[in-house]
Design a protein around this ligand. Structure first.
Ligand SMILES: C[S@@+](CC[C@H](N)C(=O)[O-])C[C@H]1O[C@@H](n2cnc3c(N)ncnc32)[C@H](O)[C@@H]1O
Length: 386
């Protein structure tokens, strides 16, 4: 298959065409099986939404029927995830990593399916954000409606919490060699790129001296909330009583430079976590000529995807995203100077993804924010010229 291309295909078919052991990483935001905004692509157990005759339609009557369901079914999601992860496993090089987002309610099925496909679950990254809306049924109102009461004793009761995180499965294809070192030498895979993912202040620090990447990532808003709550803290180089000790400096790998560097530094607790910034306009950049702007409901920030790609992909490696959506992983791979193969079954989203990717290629828009900005931008510019 050609690289740096988005295929308008069902990924279950498309991935079969990939050769064994050829892809360096899989970074993807797959369906979570929540029937998100009534989308057919996110719905696997169609009967959970009641109404017969809606199957296969793009917008199911989720909201109306959802609340009367006795149980949330996820078996279809498990089967689907198992199928695509088996193909991903085959295409990945031994020791290659997979990063897959999941819903907080359906993570267990997605993670089990990935493990059952043959992956080793290595960690879970928490993507914590401040923008979620609670979709909670007002029980008191529902009872009032049913019984015709004015005020019921169920005042204040609901059915759901405000969503504020999405877990990301971090999994690895088993090694083909006896040791990590041998596997890395043979395939270039098995490790995670700690130093390139260190971060500091506004962005990441490619100098290799920033903070050790943690398995928690915050969006800007979540970072602000955390700082409001924590107030100003002082790091204790290597101690355990503060966030600094636990998250900032207490790594197993010799992290002494960072320990010294950040000893006694001050700030809110968010500084111990990578906090990618998403510009409001980025989801629609490149879509000026489109009648419908990017309404993809699950667009991820470009910087978040860049960070994840960098974490698990060697420079020049191939990143596979079986669920392209509006193309954020592809844009991120491009900026990270990695090759990309994507699948997306909806033509509408392929067009959007293509237009967004072309925009960034054309604009040569550079988004490095770290101290070595100039030098890195020059490198990127040279890469883009090729
Ligand atoms: C969660 S969205 C990805 C959104 C993406 N992260 C972004 O930033 O735009 C999942 C996408 O997978 C696509 N999809 C679902 N099932 C698929 C399949 N079997 N093959 C290919 N694409 C599929 C859906 O159409 C949807 O656009």
């Amino acid at each position: 298959m050609e690289i740096n291309k988005i295929y308008n295909m069902d990924c279950l078919e498309g991935m079969k065409q990939l050769d064994d052991n050829t892809v360096d990483s899989v970074v993807t935001d797959p369906p979570y099986g929540l029937g998100f905004m009534g989308k057919e692509w996110d719905t696997f157990d169609k009967n959970q939404f009641g109404k017969k005759g809606n199957e296969g339609k793009n917008d199911l009557k989720v909201k109306k029927d959802f609340k009367i369901l006795p149980r949330y079914k996820t078996d279809g999601l498990y089967d689907f995830t198992l199928s695509w992860s088996q193909e991903a496993l085959r295409a990945l090089k031994p020791g290659g990593h997979l990063l897959a987002f999941a819903g907080s309610r359906t993570y267990h099925k997605i993670a089990c399916a990935i493990e059952d496909a043959g992956f080793e679950i290595r960690d879970q990254i928490m993507w914590i954000y401040g923008s979620g809306f609670p979709k909670s049924l007002n029980i008191s109102k529902a009872i009032d409606k049913k019984l015709g009461n004015e005020i019921s004793e169920w005042e204040g009761w609901g059915t759901a919490l405000k969503p504020a995180h999405e877990p990301i499965v971090l999994a690895r294809k088993p090694l083909s060699e006896k040791t990590v070192a041998e596997n890395v030498l043979k395939w270039g895979t098995a490790g995670i790129n700690i130093d390139e993912c260190r971060f500091e202040g506004e962005g990441w620090s490619r100098s290799g001296k920033g903070r050790f990447p943690a398995n928690v990532i915050l969006d800007e808003e979540a970072g602000k909330v955390l700082d409001e709550q924590s107030g100003e803290l002082t790091s204790h180089g290597g101690g355990t009583a503060s966030y600094g000790g636990i998250f900032g400096n207490g790594s197993e790998i010799t992290d002494k430079t960072a320990m010294k560097r950040f000893a006694n530094d001050k700030g809110g607790a968010s500084r111990f976590f990578y906090c990618p910034k998403a510009s409001k306009s980025e989801r629609n950049e490149g879509l000026e000529g489109f009648e419908v702007i990017n309404q993809h409901p699950t667009v991820k920030p470009i910087d978040l995807m860049r960070y994840l790609i960098r974490l698990v992909t060697l420079p020049g490696g191939i990143v596979l995203d079986p669920f392209v959506g509006s193309g954020t992983t592809g844009i991120a791979a491009y900026f990270e100077q990695k090759n990309f193969i994507g699948f997306e079954k909806e033509q509408e989203y392929v067009d959007i993804a293509q237009a967004r990717m072309n925009y960034y290629k054309k604009q040569k828009k550079l988004t490095y924010t770290d101290g070595k900005k100039k030098q890195k931008n020059q490198q990127l510019e040279n890469f883009l010229k090729k």
